[in-house]
Design a protein around this ligand. Structure first.
Ligand code: NDP
Length: 399
């Protein structure tokens, strides 16, 4: 029976926290810590009970010493980082110093420059190894489940994989002309980066949102899918060395793109601080403050998400294709957790990854990606904990 420290108490955290509380066969105690302690305390009051003890704390996780102090106060078995990618490095550092397992759901970033790559976290491998604990990177949906889906395909259906296309489509409608489904600042920084994909051992770059493919998705119909860079391309290319091409596509509606272009054109998405009335402020931080909180979209969002991987390759010398995906209903996610499907599809895998680590089912000392472990127990838990998956052995390929 394990003790978990959750850092962050936003949209994704709210689902992870509730799923941890539901999985009381594995977790017996949870400490929820964030900058705004009142949000943590609300969950602690709601979830504390005979099956699991839940406490709240305040922490500013930008500073290593604050996280070290908190870990030393409670001695958790694992720290689940569902704050923002800016906090990954300080929280990892604190986990090394206190010899505590670590998990996150997105690649580390620094505020001053949009962009991310796993190299900034992989360099901690030797130090985690020396501390005798594990850092599990990217245990959300994408990255996370998409990496596990790809490894499941490799384990069960392919001798060699040639291509992987990751499709992340949201058929949900929240009724706002422009809002983001997870943290607006992180979301917009990611979407406005140039599109990058992996082909024949090198990276191809295209202008942001310049390559569109229409794809018909189960449960949500045809969607405009745009080629983007995503961190699991980097880890999949590392752990499936024979792969020839990996691409990532995300769906965007016309209204979203029209607003995004206008905001970009007037400089509102810039991460470079400007002087405003004597204060240094990055336009994107201001934009974040005026956009709806992702957590507030829950009661308004209808429709489904569909996220999965289309894999091609060979088995016993024969060409094969395979598609594995999950569909998640926004309203069902809201009924269960008070959050829409984007937070749900990220929070559930965060709990699953943490459960596999603390039970020693996924084990090792060092920094690891999802691709490095047996996908089967994770796939079983997806079915059990609210994210069942479907298979298609004859999918239409993305052109
Ligand atoms: P939110 O903005 O809703 O929540 C972020 C939380 O982090 C808030 O509770 C915030 O506290 C807290 N926080 C921010 N800074 C600090 C700090 N310095 N110290 C402590 N707590 C802090 O974000 P989301 O829930 O939408 O996203 C959470 C994470 O999930 C992000 O890293 C995001 O990239 C990732 N993600 C991953 C996905 C995947 O599929 N892999 C998909 C979607 C998101 P406060 O409110 O007090 O500021």
């Amino acid at each position: 029976m394990s003790k978990v420290l959750v850092i962050g108490c936003g949209a994704v955290a709210s689902v992870a926290i509730q799923k941890i509380a539901q999985n009381h066969e594995v977790f017996k105690e949870m400490i929820i810590a964030s900058r705004t302690q009142s949000k943590c305390e609300d969950f602690a009051k709601k979830l504390n009970g005979p099956n699991i003890k839940v406490l709240s704390e305040h922490v500013d996780a930008d500073h290593v010493e604050n996280v070290v102090k908190l870990i030393e106060k409670y001695h958790p078995d694992i720290v689940v980082n569902v704050a923002l990618p800016y906090q990954n490095i300080p929280i990892m550092e604190a986990c090394i110093q206190t010899k505590t397992h670590y998990l996150d759901t997105a690649c580390a970033e620094v505020k001053e420059k949009a962009g991310f790559e796993y190299g900034t976290q992989w360099i901690y491998h030797e130090r985690f190894k020396k501390a005798g604990v594990m850092a599990l990177l990217g245990s959300g949906f994408d990255p996370g489940v998409t990496s596990v889906f790809s490894m499941y395909a490799k384990k069960h259906y392919f001798d060699t994989i040639d291509t992987i296309d990751i499709l992340d489509a949201n058929g949900g409608d929240h009724g706002y002309p422009f809002a983001t489904n997870f943290n607006p600042e992180i979301n917009i920084r990611e979407i406005t980066l140039p599109g990058r994909y992996y082909e024949q051992g090198s990276w191809k770059v295209v202008p942001a949102l310049s390559e569109k493919h229409v794809y018909e998705l189960d449960g949500i119909g045809p969607k405009d899918m745009y080629l983007m860079y995503h961190e699991e391309i980097e880890s999949l290319a590392k752990f499936i060395p024979e792969v020839k091409r990996i691409r990532f596509f995300m769906s965007f509606g016309e209204s979203y793109l029209m607003h995004l272009r206008a905001l970009q054109n007037v400089g509102m998405t810039s991460v470079k601080p400007i002087n405003f009335k004597g204060q240094q402020i990055a336009p994107i931080e201001f934009l974040r403050a005026v956009l709806p909180e992702p957590a507030s979209l829950g009661p308004r969002t209808k429709g489904k998400t569909n996220i999965g991987c289309i894999v091609s390759g060979t088995k016993h010398g024969e060409k094969k294709t395979y598609y594995v995906y999950n569909m998640c209903d926004h309203e069902a996610a809201y009924r269960e957790t008070g959050s829409q499907a984007i937070a749900y599809t990220t929070g559930v895998p965060a709990m699953i990854g943490a459960a596999l680590v603390v039970q020693g089912i996924w084990h090792g000392a060092g920094v690891f990606n999802m691709e490095e472990f047996d996908p089967d127990p994770f796939m079983d838990m997806l079915n059990k904990w609210g994210l069942p998956w479907n298979e298609n052995f004859n999918p239409v390929l993305v052109d």
